[in-house]
Ligand binder design. Structure first.
Ligand SMILES: [Zn+2]
Ligand SMILES: [Zn+2]
Length: 136
């Protein structure tokens, strides 16, 4: 068993590991979970609120809101002004870590790893055809 200082209230607590929140005592975690429900309801009622507004009205830090978004626990509507950014290309997204393009790229790379050569050959053939045309 490990004893840690709570990042939220500063008290010592018995660290049991795991969970969504690091370095927080059980008290602070349950308070934060209440906050999460509050923020979630707030977003449903105020679809066009920005992060600062949510942070002010729900008394929660913008960083915490962003963390929930990254964890895909909070999802904003399409008309919401809130955007976070893809960690790979910087495109604005509504939740998670990557935009749909980058998610696709990742799965493309995975399928190429498992040997789908035909795509490569096709590109080569087109290139040769073009060269022949230029030679004329
Ligand atoms: Zn605490
Ligand atoms: Zn991206």
């Amino acid at each position: 068993m490990e004893v840690k200082n709570c990042r939220g209230c500063g008290r010592l607590y018995n660290y049991v590991g795991g969970g969504n929140y690091r370095n927080l005592c059980p008290d602070c975690i349950s308070k934060l979970e209440d906050k999460f429900q509050e923020v979630k309801r707030y977003i449903e009622d105020n679809r066009v609120a920005n992060i600062k507004q949510i942070a002010d009205d729900c008394d929660v830090s913008p960083k915490q809101i962003e963390q929930w978004v990254r964890e895909e626990r909070l999802v904003f509507s399409d008309d919401s002004p809130i955007a976070i950014f893809c960690q790979s290309c910087g495109a604005p997204i509504k939740s998670g870590k990557y935009c749909s393009n980058c998610k696709e790229t990742v799965s493309d790379q995975l399928s190429q790893l498992y040997g789908t050569k035909p795509i490569e050959q096709k590109t080569k053939r087109t290139a040769t055809a073009k060269m022949r045309f230029l030679d004329k």
